[in-house]
Design a protein around this ligand. Structure first.
Ligand code: SF4
Length: 378
């Protein structure tokens, strides 16, 4: 099953409608963080380093619905923390489905099998499962053995029951392109609807500061992974965003395209940075000094960012902004995977960095995981 036509139509008509209304800034996906606590403590995560009393807080379903209605975006991504730990996640999902929002519930899937009875299959609900690669790589990335196997069991159960399932992969420096490509083959054979990719953002608070990708390396890595791609691979993402990651086109950041709401309120300016909070979405749009953000702004915090939460909305706007943009998307959809260059092909032959050389990150984050679990009791 691919992305439902109804979802594509909803997004296309929404974007075209916003442009016809002359709106300069409009949201595409609401990043709704109903909690920060998690049952993992990944080395590259910048979302769980809060004090215990904050980690124990939840948004209420009513707060979630109010944010969704205020923002008006057609899609809602529910990251966290781990949303399946939220005591009212059933009510939140049901309320958003009733509002006909396309939901991506981002989960590490450790609790998916146990909690799946809470949910009903719907074209509006997709489980977006965090898997950072093949078993050894994923378990390394999330700093706990056995997580890949548990997540796979959850995915299989969700697929068996007719849920929409995608994977969600964050790549860091040292990722092995050959293994990532094999992982894509495995996920397609498993039957997921599509895959999502992003480079990791260099969170200041993340325990492992050594493996974030600078821009040039990001382009090389994604170009290597996505060149000469298998015709079976399906991505639940804008094809132009994938070309952006490969360094084949450039975009300015659109931080308002995926605004973030959490227990503090509306987060300025984007999902990744925390330059203050405001009470309403309109205030976010009106009071954020947008020219200070994006790689082109010269802001050091944005210098190496190529993350989907800043740039995927830019790619979608390109698609629907002009006839030329639409044809660029068609061409990228049909022929983007055929792209190759000799550098990318050579890179596929390079030996990957052995996992034992990354042990520093595991040691740091294992300590972090223990501290996080003690704080929040998960
Ligand atoms: S470049 Fe990245 S960090 Fe900077 S505003 Fe855009 S999304 Fe946020």
């Amino acid at each position: 099953m691919g992305v439902p036509i109804s979802q594509m139509w909803t997004v296309a008509s929404y974007v075209i409608g916003q442009r016809l209304k002359g709106r300069k800034r409009y949201p595409l996906v609401l990043m709704l963080e109903p909690l920060f606590r998690c049952n993992l403590a990944c080395a590259g995560c910048g979302k769980i380093q809060y004090p215990a009393h904050i980690l124990k807080m939840d948004l209420t379903p009513e707060q979630c619905f109010h944010a969704v209605e205020e923002c008006g975006a057609p899609m809602v991504s529910i990251p966290g923390g781990e949303p399946l730990l939220h005591p009212q996640i059933k009510e939140i999902v049901e309320g958003l489905v009733a509002r006909k929002k396309y939901i991506y519930l981002c989960t590490n899937a450790l609790l998916l099998e146990k909690k799946i009875d809470l949910f009903k299959p719907s074209k509006y609900l997709t489980f977006s499962v965090h898997l950072d690669g093949q078993e050894e790589h994923h378990d390394f990335s999330v700093c706990r053995e056995g997580t890949f196997k548990t997540a796979m069991a959850g995915i299989k159960e969700a697929l068996k029951r007719g849920f929409r399932v995608t994977t969600n992969t964050t790549l860091f420096d040292g990722a092995d392109p050959v293994s990532v490509r094999e992982f894509f083959d495995e996920m397609m054979a498993l039957g997921v609807e599509g895959m999502m990719l992003s480079p990791g953002y260099s969170y200041e608070k993340a325990p492992d500061q050594q493996h974030f990708l600078p821009r040039a390396k990001t382009k090389k890595l994604f170009s290597t992974i996505l060149s000469n791609r298998s015709k079976k691979w399906r991505f639940n993402q804008s094809p132009l965003f994938l070309e952006f990651l490969m360094g084949r086109r450039d975009y300015a950041c659109t931080p308002w395209g995926m605004p973030t709401y959490n227990i503090y309120g509306w987060q300025k300016p984007c999902y990744l940075l925390q330059d203050g909070y405001v009470d309403t979405f309109q205030e976010l749009l009106a009071t954020t000094d947008w020219k200070n953000y994006g790689t082109e702004s010269g802001n050091a915090k944005c210098a190496n960012c190529m993350v989907h939460s800043g740039y995927e909305a830019s790619a979608v706007n390109d698609t629907f902004g002009s006839l030329a943009g639409f044809f660029r998307t068609v061409r990228a959809t049909l022929f983007g995977g055929a792209y190759s260059n000799s550098e990318a092909l050579e890179a596929l032959k390079e030996p990957a960095v052995p996992l034992h050389k990354k042990l520093v990150a595991v040691t740091v984050s294992a300590k972090n995981a223990q501290t996080h679990s003690e704080h929040v009791g998960v």
